[in-house]
Design a protein around this ligand. Structure first.
Ligand code: ZN
Ligand code: ZN
Length: 279
């Protein structure tokens, strides 16, 4: 069983037409492919879905679903960007787009009382470093705590199915500011995992850092995967593809890590519901 519930086409910051990803997924033997453009945001940017494309996008998706019926199951999701005070409520987006499911992610971190946002994603470590310095006075513990606090707020206040790249905060860190083994860091992660368990949210094992060579492991990595197994939190493997060849990017590695952590089942959204299958 091969599934990928996290894909960006050129309707957000991916580079190709949705059909290109579908053809690629079919040729790789995928059973299910989910599209998750970045949710619309009320400010100018080059990554999120543009509200005026909604009708076009939804009718294209319906047509593709019909065209590829019997070859691959297509599902429609969205990667919701959680920025308190700025973004639209997840549930209203889910209803408005008639989504099958949603991913909740934090890419921009807010320091309470400050206007500027810390961009933890993107290709440049320089952006991460300067945000850390300017918004958090260079205090990495404060900055990382703000990230996990925002993830926790998202879990407490929004309705969504999957948590996106849970520890992406480590990407540009590259063990320069923290290793991930510190007690303070592990406590932050444990707190978030408890909340995930409580809310019944799925954790994706996101492979993008590996094939983009920005991380030596998945988001989350082996240590957190072990905790996820112990807490019996549902898991899926996603590539967060932005180009068609990335549809199965580093899937083999992720599957090995999942199995090494003792996880025996993955979940997928099929026939309008969540179901698990052995991996
Ligand atoms: Zn993301
Ligand atoms: Zn994504």
């Amino acid at each position: 069983m091969l599934t990928n519930h996290h894909t960006h086409s050129y309707y957000s910051d991916g580079n190709s037409h949705p059909e290109e990803y579908i053809r690629q997924a079919i040729s790789l033997g995928f059973d299910l492919l989910g599209f998750t453009e970045h949710s619309p945001l009320p400010f100018d940017n080059n990554f999120s879905f543009k509200e005026e494309k909604k009708e076009e996008y939804l009718s294209l998706f319906a047509a593709l679903k019909a065209r590829y019926k019997g070859q691959i199951e297509l599902v429609l999701g969205m990667e919701m960007d959680y920025i308190p005070g700025i973004m639209e409520d997840f549930e209203s987006l889910t209803t408005g787009f008639g989504l099958d499911y949603s991913i909740g992610s934090v890419h921009l971190v807010r320091n309470s009382g400050k206007e500027d946002l810390w961009f933890i994603d993107g290709p440049l470590a320089l952006t991460y470093d300067s945000g850390l310095k300017e918004i958090f006075g260079g205090d990495i513990r404060k900055a990382v705590a703000a990230y996990y606090r925002q993830v926790n707020d998202m879990l407490e206040t929004q309705r969504f199915d999957i948590i996106g790249h849970i520890d992406k905060i480590k990407m540009h860190n590259r063990r320069r500011y923290f290793t991930g083994d510190e007690a303070w860091y592990r406590d932050l992660v444990s707190g978030t995992l408890q909340l995930i368990k409580e809310k019944g949210v799925i954790v994706e094992v996101n492979t993008r850092g590996i094939y983009k060579k920005r991380s030596d492991t998945t988001y989350p990595g082996p240590g957190i995967l072990k905790q996820i197994m112990l807490l019996n939190i549902p898991v899926m493997i996603n590539s967060d593809a932005h180009h068609p060849p990335e549809v199965d990017g580093a899937f083999d590695q992720a599957l090995s890590l999942v199995k090494e952590a003792g996880i025996r089942e993955l979940v997928r959204f099929s026939n309008h519901q969540w179901e698990s299958y052995p991996c």
